[in-house]
Design a binder for this molecule. Structure first.
Ligand code: SAM
Length: 233
């Protein structure tokens, strides 16, 4: 990892999650627009998580999923490249007296797993921070640290809209966020389109398969969001 050509995932791309104020604002915004508890239950059901299972979340952000999931598994490893995000999540877990979480300041390309392979990996809204080549490396690393038959849940911004109308799509996409979640969210969405690396559905499917996953289920929403439930082949 000391190679000068290696992608530096610690460098913030797009929205600056190394800014403590942004982290707090992100947490508040997400609580407003998402029903994290029911999202978490559905994800854990799809991963067949039971009390004896070990889970890894990459890009854990403010810890909403990790903390909610901790009660349903043996232990959970939560990794994120942003120290303020991790600190926020750590404090939240402490307040809730949740003790079976191991926090790591690392990401898709830098988290080094030790010990037994994990039963399942979850990542939500984080992989688009890597360019496509590095997404493939990230997915291969995830596959390598899973048990045979282990499960991977990936939710991310992935484009499936009609490319002939991309300008119109992005304008409507930004306005949708402004109307439903306010100006800050619209600015985030503009930044994401301009500076982050959301890829196309057919590319993401190819990346997952080439990394060693079978895609058991895929769902695309609103032309910009995707969920993949995968098994290590
Ligand atoms: C949009 S937030 C999503 C947070 C959380 N998963 C959620 O669903 O609310 C993106 C998160 O990905 C993290 N991130 C960015 N690049 C990453 C990388 N290469 N590896 C791991 N996490 C990364 C950011 O620090 C941030 O916490």
């Amino acid at each position: 990892m000391n190679q000068r050509w290696h992608y530096d995932e610690m460098k913030q791309v797009g929205t600056d999650y190394a800014d403590a104020k942004e982290v707090e604002a992100y947490d508040a915004r997400m609580r407003k627009i998402r029903d994290i508890r029911s999202e978490t239950e559905k994800i854990l059901d799809s991963l067949h998580i039971t009390k004896d299972r070990t889970l890894l979340e990459i890009g854990c952000g403010t810890g909403e999923f990790t903390i909610a999931a901790a009660g349903r598994c043996k232990n959970i490893i939560a990794a994120d490249v942003s120290l303020p995000m991790l600190e926020f999540a750590r404090q939240k877990a402490k307040k809730k007296n949740v003790k079976n979480i191991e926090f790591h300041n690392a990401g898709f390309l830098t988290y080094e797993h030790s010990g037994e392979p994990v039963d399942a990996v979850v990542s939500q809204l984080a992989l688009h921070h890597l360019p496509d080549f590095w997404k493939l490396i990230a997915l291969r690393r995830i596959c390598a640290l899973l048990k045979q038959g282990g499960r991977f849940y990936l939710k991310d911004t992935v484009y499936t809209f009609d490319i002939n109308n991309y300008e119109d799509f992005f304008n409507r996409f930004i306005e949708f966020f402004r109307e439903t979640a306010g100006n800050e969210m619209a600015v985030d969405a503009e930044t994401a389109v301009r500076e982050e690396y959301s890829t196309l559905g057919w590319i993401m499917e190819g990346l997952l398969e080439r990394a060693g996953f079978n895609i058991d289920k895929k769902e695309y929403f609103e032309g910009f969001m995707a969920v993949y439930e995968c098994t290590k082949c």
